[in-house]
Design a protein around this ligand. Structure first.
Ligand SMILES: [Zn+2]
Length: 389
């Protein structure tokens, strides 16, 4: 065996006779390896959020009053990068994915693809509004759904027009017609299992904009935006304000204005995220009642499959129910949640869920009930003495 001083042979027998310098070198290499291993195997993120700066590259977005060389695409990018930096600095367990970090132009389909492939938990798209009347002002947040006002349709049409900058958009976006009610029904089906979470975040963002940043509150509304229609996670689209309003444009073009808006979205995200995490981390089990005969017979635990969430009550023959006229609705947070099936064991419900997903209810999931009251799955398993998952 060669006992050269420079050889790094990681065998303990060889190391015994090595000069001190080689030993130190091997030790340093081992330390480096351990550090490298630690660096490359971080604990998995607890959440993935995709941040989407609207427009970019050949698509400038709206041009504002024309007093600034920078347009909507520049404002949205800066606010998005600030927001991402706040999250990365303060919530290191949250992974941030950007659809663009520079002046590039990902198509609307590409943005959706990035979010879906990242298996993101949340999608936030950032834009600025524009209107012919320069006095129009205020910040608003949108979630996917059928517009209830001409204004919501106007904003969705303007943002969706970004697709016209893409080569061959006619082929890529075939079937997407924001003016066609059938398009909305198909799109609503994709997103409405996420409606509750999207509305919760939207309300938190608007509250921040109004109360902490002093913006005019245009509320949380529904409209058919392409980028938040095809994503498979809770998704919101934020309109920071009107670049066609001189005062608002001055604010949004300023460093301070961009920082304030990014901070507002960050705080809304943080508070919503932390509230959700606390709920899921704290065991929802209260002290289970002693297993007396009466307590068992008092319970009526069953499992259903939630297929839809809507703001308005549906008629049994609504096309959104796809013929499942027997679906029962329960109301939570003011939303109608439609449930199919009544299974006594969660495994049966999971099988039924898979069949419904195959049928097109892609976001179908299992919910537990005690009689008519929806209860956490963990509580239902507890009451049935099933192992917690
Ligand atoms: Zn835009």
């Amino acid at each position: 065996m060669t006992r050269g001083t420079g050889d790094v042979v990681c065998l303990s027998t060889g190391m015994k006779q090595r000069p001190k310098v080689a030993k130190q070198r091997v030790f340093a290499a081992c330390v480096a390896l351990v550090v490298a291993c630690a660096a490359f195997s971080p604990s998995p993120p607890t959440m993935v959020v995709v941040l989407d700066a609207g427009h970019g590259g050949k698509d400038p977005g709206n041009l504002g009053t024309g007093r600034y060389p920078l347009t909507e695409k520049d404002v949205t990018l800066e606010v998005t990068l600030k927001l991402g930096a706040y999250i990365e600095e303060n919530l290191p367990e949250v992974k941030v994915v950007y659809t663009r970090k520079d002046d590039s132009y990902p198509g609307l389909r590409d943005r959706v693809k990035i979010a879906n492939e990242a298996q993101a938990d949340l999608f936030i798209s950032i834009h600025c509004d524009a209107f012919a009347d320069r006095s129009a002002r205020g910040a608003g947040t949108y979630v996917m759904g059928m517009h209830k006002s001409e204004e919501s349709l106007r904003v969705a049409m303007r943002e969706n027009a970004s697709m016209f900058k893409e080569e061959g958009y006619e082929a890529h976006y075939d079937g997407f017609d924001p003016n066609d009610p059938d398009t909305y029904i198909a799109l609503s089906l994709r997103q409405n299992v996420n409606l509750d979470a999207s509305l919760t975040l939207g309300a938190a963002i608007q509250s921040q904009f109004k109360n902490r940043v002093g913006r005019k509150d245009r509320g949380v509304k529904q409209a058919g935006f392409y980028v938040i229609s095809y994503t498979t996670m809770p998704s919101t689209l934020v309109e920071l304000g009107f670049l066609t309003n001189p005062d608002e444009e001055d604010f949004l073009q300023s460093e301070q204005g961009k920082s304030y808006m990014a901070s507002g979205i960050y705080r809304a995200f943080r508070d919503t995220y932390l509230a959700g995490r606390t709920r899921s981390e704290v065991p929802e089990r209260e002290a289970p009642p002693p297993p007396t005969e009466s307590s068992v017979s008092d319970k009526d635990i069953w499992f259903g499959i939630q297929i839809l969430t809507t703001e308005a009550k549906l008629s049994p023959d609504s096309p959104e129910l796809r013929g499942h006229s027997q679906a029962k609705a329960y109301i939570r947070h003011g939303l109608h949640k439609y449930v199919l099936g009544r299974h006594l064991h969660p495994d049966q419900a999971h099988s039924a869920k898979l069949a419904l997903r195959a049928e097109g209810f892609e976001g179908a999931f299992v919910v537990a009930f005690d009689g008519e009251t929806q209860i956490p799955m963990s509580r239902a398993r507890d009451l049935l003495n099933l192992p917690l998952q």
